[in-house]
Ligand binder design. Structure first.
Ligand code: NAD
Length: 338
């Protein structure tokens, strides 16, 4: 299929081109995001391929349809940026990559926790400055700590296993669907409020839904243990960032590691090193010595990018051949994954 691929960085092009040897689609890469101003670039392309921050609302979809597009292929699991009702009305099928590498995100979660708590970025910048003092670098043993895992699906389940079997933590979990394999290794499911009250470390792996929006808020922080460490590699809006800052200022929260942030759409994936950042909440978060933030990179491994490229191109091949679309997203699909 002839496909207009929007919002591409060099790494997207590399992985898509490598995977495309097996498919032979005609991929034309565009650097800008898809939105109303760039949509005309897709004129004459049967397929359009986008990422999480492209704007695929009704107006954009109308331009795509008028230009002959009949397939929208998402290089991501989430589809909150797509007006699915408008896509269906316009006869544009939407496909996605439901799962690529839960290990990438789970392993990064542990890396972020250890890097923050053991102050590794701070230590490295000191050592490069010939400053070998240890003041301010003190961390904690993970062994023996109680970790609360909220959401024990693909990613949370792996995190729970690594912490339980690898580090010797006591692992508490909360999920509507209890995983018997986690039970079998000694993970204990608890009500969410009990988990929050008992955990030294809380790590979030549930999707963003109306129910989970700001699940870590002022009340949850109040209920938590003094010095609680909070990790979020899931979705930014699971945490009320202002309540988090208040908890950090009071010393109630002992450490925070984030790969996601509620307003990340204005910041992440771009080089803004010459810009003035207008988000005061984000800037305040960066001032704490016990906070570590990365820019939504937990998924970013060779394996995950390869899997995203292969599934995306297979989705396109299915559509072109008129086969059933295994990864089609319909308006009635209910999910909070972004
Ligand atoms: P998954 O669907 O396999 O697991 C999610 C789990 O959360 C399920 O077991 C579900 O039952 C549970 N859940 C749903 N509502 C809940 C609630 N209210 N409280 C507790 N648990 C609840 O998803 P996954 O593949 O493990 O992904 C988890 C999240 O990770 C995704 O929602 C996504 O936001 C995030 N993610 C982040 C990155 C990144 O690069 N940072 C990459 C991929 C996914």
């Amino acid at each position: 299929m002839r496909v207009a691929v929007f919002n591409t960085k060099p790494y997207d092009r590399q992985f898509l081109n490598e995977a495309n040897v097996a498919f032979g689609h005609e991929l034309v890469f565009f650097e800008p995001r898809l939105d109303e101003t760039t949509a005309p670039l897709a004129h004459g392309f049967a397929g359009v391929c986008v990422f999480v921050n492209d704007v695929v609302d009704a107006a954009v979809l109308a331009v795509l349809q008028a230009g002959g597009t009949r397939l929208l292929a998402l290089r991501a699991a989430g589809y909150n940026n797509v007006d699915l009702v408008a896509a269906e009305r316009l006869g544009i099928d939407v496909v996605r990559v439901p799962a690529y590498s839960p290990h990438a995100v789970a392993e990064f979660t542990i890396a972020l926790l250890l890097s923050m708590d053991r102050r590794i970025p701070r230590a490295w910048s000191r050592v490069r400055d010939n400053n070998f003092a240890l003041d301010g670098l003190i961390g904690h043993d993970l062994y023996g700590k109680t970790v609360g895992v909220i959401g024990t699906g693909r990613i949370g389940g792996i995190v729970a296993r690594i912490l339980k079997l690898g580090f010797g933590c006591t692992v508490l979990a909360f999920d509507q669907h209890e995983d018997p394999e986690l039970h079998a290794i000694g993970v204990a499911y608890r009500p969410r409020a009990d988990l929050i009250a008992a955990a030294d470390i809380i790590t979030l792996h549930c999707p963003l839904t109306p129910e989970t929006h700001h699940l870590i808020d002022a009340e949850a922080i109040e209920r938590a243990k003094p010095g609680v460490i909070i990790i979020n590699t899931s979705r930014g809006a699971l945490i009320d960032a202002e309540a988090l800052i208040d908890g950090l200022k009071r010393g109630k929260v002992g450490g925070v590691a984030l790969d996601v942030y509620e307003q990340e759409g204005d910041l992440f994936f771009e080089d803004l090193s010459n810009e003035i950042i207008q988000d005061d909440v984000f800037q305040r978060l960066l001032t704490f010595p016990n906070v570590l933030v990365t820019g939504h990179q937990a998924f970013f491994t060779v394996e995950a990018l390869g899997a995203i490229a292969r599934t995306t191109l297979a989705n396109i091949a299915d559509a072109e051949a008129g086969r059933p679309l295994a990864h089609r997203v319909a308006p009635e699909t209910v999910s909070g994954i972004h």
